[in-house]
Design a protein around this ligand. Structure first.
Ligand SMILES: *Cc1c(COP(=O)(O)O)cnc(C)c1O
Length: 395
């Protein structure tokens, strides 16, 4: 029995068999047992991504959280060429920061947090600037918005650019069709929708693109994707000592997803999200973005004018429930409720009952004060560029 129910986008409550898996055999990562374990994980990853032509794709696993996989991609794929980062939130901004460290030719198209990526703006930019790589977050976790993979992937392809995607918070909950969306490389981690412990991340990519990486300038020794691929393709190993128990956990979590069936799994997470959203709407709560734009992983809720987020979280903690608070310009304006990991429909009903009770404990605000508070923070959230007028940075 867990002390806490994690209604967060990660870490998550893990399945009982994942918890047991990390206490398996002590093995050496330079022996056949590890080769088999990692080869199995690669195969299961390609299965989870529903890749039809498996020979065309490969995967590497990195001991390090999701950011490690993102930094491996951004430092290893671009070389001396030009990279465009599309951002509409905190995690897009993080990709830009990482790229800026490694790549002198980093360009940024920035859209307000909570708003969609404006495809016409991206199109116009690509028509006037040749880019070699386009990078985007799939699920922008800070708002819960799902970004348009297929459309941006199509644009990248028609402009001769590689498409690289951060799927850290979507893989395992939302379909990522690498073939149809022309994705050259994508990253994710073990601890979000995939449902294992934190500490591992991975990159899935086209084998032909992995092969080309060895010709790029080396910008990092430890997170060099070309080195990971060389060890993976030679013997299903990693360049340095891997966190072996975590590999057992990831392997079990992937087996769980495949046993359930990938599409059944996605449908289950969507049903839970609906249950959660219906319940929160009934409590009178408003959401930051339209339900049609939301990822199924979490819901971003506008903080009611009479509610203090710190106290709300504390009160829920006393009921063994953990939720997320907003970050950056969303601090104290939103809170986030995830519905991944081992949460049952019953757990969601327990959460909704507790939330209803805690919300009742806050003093109501006088009507005239409510009218003065903006309903959605999305429109006032952005502080460094005009609405719809993206800031363009680069050299
Ligand atoms: C969580 C997250 C990351 C960072 O992952 P870490 O495991 O904390 O390093 C990157 N991108 C997205 C979209 C995320 O949600």
């Amino acid at each position: 029995m867990n002390q806490f129910m994690l209604f967060t986008p990660g870490p998550v409550n893990v399945a009982a068999n994942v918890r047991l898996a990390i206490a398996k055999n002590d093995i050496c990562h330079r022996e056949a047992e590890f080769d088999d374990l990692l080869a199995g994980i690669e195969h299961k990853l390609l299965e989870m991504f529903e890749i039809k032509n498996k020979a065309r794709y490969s995967a590497v696993v990195i001991t390090g959280s999701g950011t490690a996989a993102n930094e491996a991609m951004l430092s290893s794929v671009v070389g001396d060429k030009k990279v465009l980062i599309l951002s509409n939130g905190e995690f897009g901004e993080r990709l830009h920061k990482i790229s800026d460290i490694h790549n002198a030719n980093t360009f940024l198209l920035e859209f307000p947090w909570g708003q969609s990526i404006d495809v016409d703006v991206v199109k116009a930019f690509l028509n006037t600037h040749h880019m070699d790589v386009v990078v985007m977050v799939h699920h922008e976790t800070c708002t819960g918005m799902l970004n348009p993979l297929q459309v941006i992937g199509g644009l990248a392809k028609s402009h001769g650019a590689l498409f690289v995607v951060d799927c850290v918070s979507s893989a395992g909950a939302e379909a990522v069709d690498m073939e149809a969306c022309n994705i050259a490389f994508c990253s994710s981690s073990s601890s979000k929708a995939i449902g294992s412990y934190a500490g591992l991340s991975f990159v899935v990519g086209e084998t032909a693109e992995f092969e080309k990486l060895k010709h790029n300038p080396v910008k990092t020794a430890y997170l060099n994707l070309a080195t990971f691929y060389a060890f993976m393709s030679a013997r299903s190993q990693t360049p340095n000592t891997p966190g072996v128990p975590l590999f057992y956990g990831l392997d079990q979590a992937l087996s769980n997803i495949l046993l359930e069936g990938v599409s059944n799994r996605y449908a289950k997470i969507r049903r839970r999200a609906r249950l959660l959203r219906r319940g929160m709407a009934k409590l009178g709560l408003k959401f930051l973005i339209d339900q049609k734009d939301m990822c199924s992983v979490l819901t971003t809720v506008v903080v009611p004018p009479n509610v203090d987020v710190g106290r709300l979280r504390q009160k829920l903690r006393e009921c063994s429930i953990v939720i997320y608070e907003g970050k950056g310009c969303f601090k104290n304006k939103v809170f986030q409720v995830g519905n991944i990991g081992e949460l049952s429909n019953r757990d969601i009903r327990v959460f909704l009952a507790a939330l209803g009770e805690v919300l009742q404990g806050f003093q109501p605000v006088a009507q005239e004060k409510i009218a003065a508070v903006p309903l959605s923070p999305a429109h006032e959230a952005h502080d460094n560029s005009g609405v719809y007028a993206p800031a363009i940075a680069g050299t």
